[in-house]
Design a protein around this ligand. Structure first.
Ligand code: PEP
Ligand code: MG
Length: 521
């Protein structure tokens, strides 16, 4: 009904509309080949005793709360969330930690196994079926305790069928993965963004039990063929989305429109450099450290960020400070689990609560950026004071490292920031609009919500209007867009009309955007 209220626009390229077949386009591109259903391998549960039993109990409580919050958000899984509050389950796990010093993961695994076994021994088929719920709910807690279960990926090239790819998994898929069929994934999740950046085609909402042995699909249109014949497979073989091309086009008015790249690791940075991006408009540093329980030291950060930006030597590089929180879990920052994480301690709010980490992080970025045209960008800015606080930390870090502080810019993702650019101007050398988060906050709909894909529309007049206002209020200070909208030709056109001249996108979108604007220029 919501979508019906807006005039339908021809969005052939946009990944945010459901296909007629019911599959949700997540990442454009075509794929054909064998399909392998992949599960997650459980890491070994430590069998050692713990030195600090109180800390182990606290870790169990935190994992229970996080798993409950995650499950409760899904109406189908809410019953499992309720199981995780059952004292008959939690009691024995706590006792094993308190009395025997068992590791919290081992204590929890055994409590679940015992409860599931006693359910399976019952006569009532309904209660017997609860055993499966118990195991699944138990696994959700184990995943929290053990930092996720790794995907069991096939060694040979294949399309993988998976249940809700996480951002960390999407960021580390090897090049042998031809495409992704995700049972639950939505178009604006971080997993989808990373798949698009890596040029890996993907569809969401694909529940095929069992999956076909081979498939061919189009991640932009949602077209899907199970057990395709050879001719169909040939038709779906991927085009080269990373073909080199110019870094900008001249618009009819004579101004240049620049195409920059969003990168999340060394592989897609190399692809973006080859594809001819103007520079890096957004380096997502948190993707290097997602899911990490141990805090990476300054040297490791320098090395990993350095490797990510190395292909862009000689071109401008905008590195974003670690953007932790919400759907990007960074356990080493030890942020409390929250009822409403998208509105909680994330981005710069998290950094300013960890000033020691932030200082080391800034020093590492400065060292990694030595010899580069480095700029540093601050995520989730609401107030000018946040920017000033980071600027002070940056000045101190530059003194420590012995360099000049590079330009510092604010991301515009929070509506309040978009509405108060004149206040931010004194503290910001550039702006970059993050339309993914800005859209979620302006339209009041979770960016990854699978039942609200129509709300993930940066082309909505309210969002475009804010972008136009930011351009106007910024005056001579440069403004770019680094949200997914920059890589969608029809929304990008609206952004250019609003005054944007720098678009930053996943490398695999560059050729499409170049073609769209060359045709009209
Ligand atoms: C955005 O919000 O648009 C953005 C670029 O940041 P991220 O998608 O990493 O939150
Ligand atoms: Mg964001």
């Amino acid at each position: 009904a919501i979508l019906a209220e807006r005039p339908a626009e021809p969005h052939a390229e946009t990944p945010s509309k459901a296909s007629s077949g019911g599959f949700v386009p997540m990442s454009p591109g075509r794929a054909a080949g064998p399909v392998v259903a992949v599960g997650r391998a459980r890491p070994a549960v430590p069998e050692t005793t713990v030195a600090d039993r109180v800390a182990a109990l606290a870790r169990l409580d935190e994992a229970l709360a996080a798993a409950r919050a995650a499950l409760a958000g899904n109406p189908i899984l809410a019953a499992q969330a309720a199981l995780l509050a059952d004292p008959a389950l939690i009691g024995p796990a706590r006792a094993a930690i308190e009395a025997d010093g068992r590791h919290e993961a081992a204590a929890w695994r055994d409590a679940i196994a015992a409860a599931a076994a006693s359910h399976e021994a019952l006569d009532d088929p309904y209660l017997r079926a609860r055993a499966r719920d118990l195991r699944e709910a138990g696994d959700a807690v184990l995943r929290e305790l053990l930092g996720g279960f790794g995907l069991d990926l096939p060694a040979k090239p294949a399309i993988i069928a998976v249940d809700e790819l996480t951002a960390a998994e999407a960021a580390s898929l090897p090049p042998t993965i031809l495409g992704v069929l995700d049972r639950r994934g939505g178009p604006t999740s971080h997993a989808a963004i990373l798949l698009r950046a890596a040029g890996i085609p993907a569809l969401g909402g694909v529940a095929l039990d069992p999956p076909p042995s081979r498939a061919a699909f189009d991640g932009a249109t949602g077209e899907f063929v199970a057990e395709p014949d050879a001719a169909t497979e040939a038709r779906f073989r991927a085009a080269d989305l990373l073909a080199p091309g110019p870094a900008s086009v001249i618009l009819p008015g004579g101004e240049a429109l620049e195409f920059w790249a969003n990168v999340a690791g060394p592989a897609d940075a190399a692809a973006a450099a080859r594809a001819g991006a103007f520079g890096v408009g957004l380096a997502r540093t948190e993707m290097l450290f997602l899911g990490r329980a141990d805090m990476p030291g300054e040297d490791e950060q320098e090395a990993r960020v350095g490797a990510m930006i190395a292909p862009f030597q000689g071109r401008p590089v905008v590195v974003r400070l670690l953007d932790a929180g919400a759907d990007k879990p960074v356990p080493f920052l030890a942020l409390a689990s929250e009822e409403n994480p998208a509105l909680g301690v994330r981005g710069v709010r998290a950094l300013l609560r960890r000033p020691d980490f932030c200082a080391a992080h800034l020093r590492a970025l400065l060292r990694a950026g030595a010899g580069h045209d480095l700029r540093i960008m601050v995520p989730m800015v609401t107030f000018a004071a946040e920017l000033r606080a980071i600027r002070d930390l940056l000045a101190a870090a530059a003194r420590d490292v012995g360099c000049e502080p590079p330009p510092l810019g604010a991301m515009i993702e929070v509506p309040a920031a978009a509405l108060t650019v004149p206040d931010l101007l004194a503290a910001s050398d550039f702006f970059s609009i993050g339309t993914n988060d800005l859209t979620q906050y302006v339209l009041a709909a979770d960016r990854g919500h699978k039942d609200l894909p129509g709300f993930a529309d940066a082309g909505h007049p309210a969002v475009i209007g804010l972008c136009a206002r930011v351009c106007r209020d910024a005056g001579a200070v440069p403004v770019s867009v680094c949200g997914e909208a920059a890589g969608d030709p029809s929304t990008a056109r609206l952004l250019v009309e609003a005054g944007i001249r720098k678009l930053s996108m996943g490398a695999a979108r560059l050729s499409t955007l170049r073609a769209a604007f060359s045709a009209s220029a």
